[in-house]
Write a protein that binds this ligand. Structure first.
Ligand code: G1P
Length: 308
């Protein structure tokens, strides 16, 4: 069966970005000039996904508005003959989007469970908004290509520093069936480094079969006292094979402040309108900072010399 549907969980409280997210969805925070959720929707469309369900929560109305037509704005831009801007505004409306509200956010597994009726009896993709992925072939499409061959659930993974295992779901791999496609012994949510079975972390793109839903419905809370998708996948793997696909492209983590800043800078450096100014600015800033560092160091050396 062809994979046609994607689910984007977007009901989190966004506490890492307070106060910006007090009245606004974190998925609407822009990287340069594009809300992060638009990158995810574009990846889905570029992968050939036809229908997208966004699981929303409080303060998420702007997401719905963003992907809806804005006739007033379109008219104003037409009148002013701003065809470039008009194109940017119209681009966001050409999507088959559905919304459902998760009124009691109770973990990622619980968010995915809200998609049960939308998904029906089909394989589907889950895409997390905190991870932006860059590769020639979009990562969701890579998982869909794997599914065509294996007809099995496949989870995207990537090597992470060993000290970071407790931030991720981690797999215990059991050999490769082909280059980059692993059999998996078990999936563990957020293990501490001393018990982590590997450094291969789940990175926010999942291709799942619908058999995940009855498991999620009966699942007890796991790490952080939440219904964990990773736990459901581990159970699914005991009745049907679940593979892990190693991602070789570039991942941008926009889920915390530093990752968000880094991504903004890296995207700014390739943005046609600002890249030249940004390069000049960063070089200037780098020079200033290294001068400052030298001054501090020589001051420190002098003080130490005096002490001796
Ligand atoms: C979620 C998943 C985790 C995965 C991570 C990827 O965790 O539960 O397994 O590794 O996304 O970003 P969260 O970041 O929501 O805590």
């Amino acid at each position: 069966m062809k994979v046609r549907k994607a689910v984007i969980p977007a009901a989190g409280l966004g506490t890492r970005f307070l106060p910006a997210t007090k009245a606004m969805a974190k998925e609407m925070l822009p990287i340069v000039d594009k809300p992060t959720i638009q990158f995810i929707v574009e990846e889905a469309l570029n992968s050939g996904i036809e229908d997208i369900l966004i699981v929303t929560g409080k303060a998420k109305r702007p997401i719905e508005d963003h992907f809806d037509a804005n006739l007033e704005l379109e008219m104003a831009l037409k009148e002013k003959e701003k065809s470039d801007l008009l194109k940017l505004v119209e681009e966001t409306t050409d999507v088959n989007l559905h919304f459902i509200r998760q009124s009691h956010p109770n973990g990622l597994g619980h968010a995915v469970l809200q998609a049960k009726a939308f998904v029906g009896n089909e394989p589907f993709v889950v895409m997390l908004g905190d991870d932006l992925m860059e590769d020639k072939n979009p990562l969701s499409k890579q998982l869909m290509d794997d599914y065509e061959k294996t007809h099995a659930s496949t989870i995207a993974v990537m090597d992470v520093p060993h000290e970071d295992t407790s931030k991720y779901g981690i797999i215990n791999p059991d050999g490769q069936v082909e280059k980059g496609l692993f059999n998996v012994n078990s999936f563990v949510e957020k293990p501490e480094p001393d018990v982590a079975p590997s450094d291969l972390a789940i990175i926010g793109r999942y291709l799942l079969t619908p058999e995940i839903f009855p498991i999620l419905e009966n699942l007890a809370p796991g790490a952080g006292n939440e219904i964990q998708l990773t736990d459901a996948i581990d159970i699914l793997n005991k009745t049907q094979r679940v593979f892990a696909r190693q991602f070789k492209g570039k991942r941008f983590d926009v889920g915390d402040k530093f990752g968000f800043m880094r991504t903004s800078i890296e995207y700014g450096l390739v943005h046609p309108q600002i890249k030249d100014d940004l390069v000049d600015f960063i070089i200037e800033l780098g020079n200033k900072l290294s001068q400052k560092k030298q001054v501090n160091e020589s001051r420190r050396n002098k003080t130490e010399a005096k002490r001796k």
